[in-house]
Each structure stands twice: as C-alpha cells, then as structure tokens.
Design a protein around this ligand. Structure first.
Ligand SMILES: NC(=O)CC(=O)C(=O)O
Length: 297
C-alpha cells in the first residue's frame, strides 16, 4: 500500500515572539525560519497572526490585501516577505495567519498562506470558525465583531510528500473538518493557533491529541510566544502529535522552534495496530466526507 506520506519530512514549528511592530515581526520571522531551514526542516510553520498582535482592535490596521494575486508590496508586505523567505529557506512555508482585507467585499478575514520552495502561493485558508466565546470572569472574545469567516476546507499537495490540511486555531474544535481531511488522504493537519491561558490550559493538548487519535494522522499546532505585556496572552506550547496521539515535541512559553520527523511508516503502523481506519461502519452512520463539502484542493 502506498504511504500517505511518501518521503520522511522534518517539520518545524516556529513559536515566534510577535509585537506591535510589523516590519520587526517579519524580520524576526525571517531569522527564525532560516534557522529552522538550516536545521533541515522542509516544512516550516509560523503562528496565527505572526505579523501582528492578536486581537479585534488590531485586525483592521494590520490587514493586508491579497487580491489580485500576486498583490503589490504595498498591498501585502507579508505576502512578499513569505514568498522570498520560502525561496531563501528552500522550504514549504506556512505563514500561520495574517489579517486580510478584501476590497470587493469590504470584509476582514484571518488568513494563512502556504508557499512552495519556489516562492509560489499554493493555498490560502481563511479561518472558518470564528473565535466567539464568553467564559464569565475569564475570557470574552468575539472575532466576528470584526472578521468574516472563510467558507472552504483547504487541502494542499506538497510534493514529494503528500497532502496536508490547513486550518486555524478555533477550527481545531470542529472535528468534522479534521475527519474529512484525513479521509481525503492528508497525512498532517496544521493549526497555527493562539489559545490563551484559560482555554490553553483546558484544551490545547487535548484537542491536538484528539484530532490525531480520531484520524490516525500527524497534527501540528503553532502558537505565538507568550507575552504578558500584550493585551492577549497566548498559551504557547506549540506541539506536534503523532498518529498514535503521543506528543513528539512541545515548546515552552517563550520563543522557540520545535522539530519533528514525520514518516509514512508511523501512520501505517498505527492504522495496522488499531485498525479503526478500516473498521468504520458507514452502513450504520454516514461517511461525513461524502457530504456536500466546499474544498480548495
Ligand atoms: N484563539 C482561537 O481562535 C481559539 C482559542 O483560543 C480556543 O479555541 O480556545
């Protein structure tokens, strides 16, 4: 049987310390991505809102325009920084997310961008599930006050490795998206994400391990570093989880790069040992991946 992951892949998650200065964020991202590439990573991930602070009050002033593609440097300095950096680092590079403004619709989105080692934009994913929560005395957050949701799943082929799925932070809480991506052949689910001190302690690792064990695939979560001077306190703890739901690597709270070696054999071995993958009873319940789904493959 052909492996879902056709060649071993070194994945790097850059838990970047971000601040209010966008050019400084981009410069910092550059030096950390080059460090990861020197360490042998061929897929490098930056966190959610890696070019800006995270918060509704920041989205409009940091937003960049991506259309028409490619945008000019004035429209999207982050697009060009990522594209050039992918070439320089000779890696697949996921710009975790940036605030995006769409002139035609006058809407803002939380959008991640994946570039090939040749610097081409392979995919964009707009956060599908917006982070609207209210835990009294702890945290209230309403992304939908400013942002609009994306309306598609994003599965991308990254030759010679195979297919990966892109989603952002709160998207991880919706297991249907992960299940569909896995059933469509993805070997890795990537979630740049900024959980916080309340929800991070509760659910960050649990969600990562749950999506992995449900689907017997690799899962990567990449957070900004924690900054207690910022208005939003990111959880940190970027991690890669293997298809058996074991944590392969985990960052602390500060800026750090964590690495994991992914192999197709590990997926096959996990699925052979506990063969839920082939034991599903779609005669009893429907296969969610067969429904009406909006894709960007
Ligand atoms: N920030 C998010 O989008 C999600 C989050 O913090 C959570 O789900 O918890």
């Amino acid at each position: 049987m052909a492996h879902l992951l056709k060649k071993p892949l070194k994945l790097a998650l850059v838990q970047l310390a971000t601040g209010a200065d966008k050019p400084a964020n981009l410069a910092r991202a550059r030096s950390r991505v080059l460090e990861a590439s020197k360490a042998g990573a061929s897929l490098i991930v930056l966190p959610e809102c890696f070019n800006s602070p995270y918060g509704c009050q920041y989205f409009p002033s940091y937003a960049e325009t991506l259309q028409p593609s490619p945008p000019t440097k004035e429209q999207s300095p982050s697009f060009h920084a990522l594209s050039e950096l992918a070439v320089e680092s000779k890696s697949y590079l996921l710009g975790g997310s940036i605030p995006e403004y769409v002139e035609t619709t006058k809407k803002y989105h939380n959008t991640s961008l994946l570039f090939s080692p040749e610097g081409d934009l392979l995919a964009t994913h707009r956060k599908v599930h917006l982070f609207d929560i209210d835990i009294p005395g702890k945290i209230t957050f309403r992304e939908s006050d400013v942002l609009s949701p994306g309306n598609k799943l994003t599965l991308v082929d990254i030759p010679p490795y195979g297919k990966i799925a892109l989603a952002i932070c709160y998207d991880i809480r919706f297991p249907e998206l992960a299940t569909i991506a896995a059933r469509k052949g993805c070997f890795l689910l990537l979630y740049p994400g900024a959980f916080n001190l309340t929800t991070g302690a509760l659910h960050w690792e649990l969600q990562a391990r749950a999506r992995a064990v449900d689907n017997q695939v690799y899962v990567g979560l990449c957070s900004p570093a924690r900054d207690m001077e910022a208005s939003y306190h990111a959880w940190g703890h970027s991690m890669v989880v293997d298809p058996n739901a074991s944590v392969m690597c985990e960052a602390g709270e500060k800026e750090e790069i964590v690495y994991a070696e992914l192999t197709g054999e590990k997926i096959e071995e996990t699925r052979k040992g506990i063969p839920v993958y082939t034991q599903r009873r779609f005669d009893v319940y429907p296969d969610v991946s067969e429904g009406r789904i909006k894709f960007d493959e």
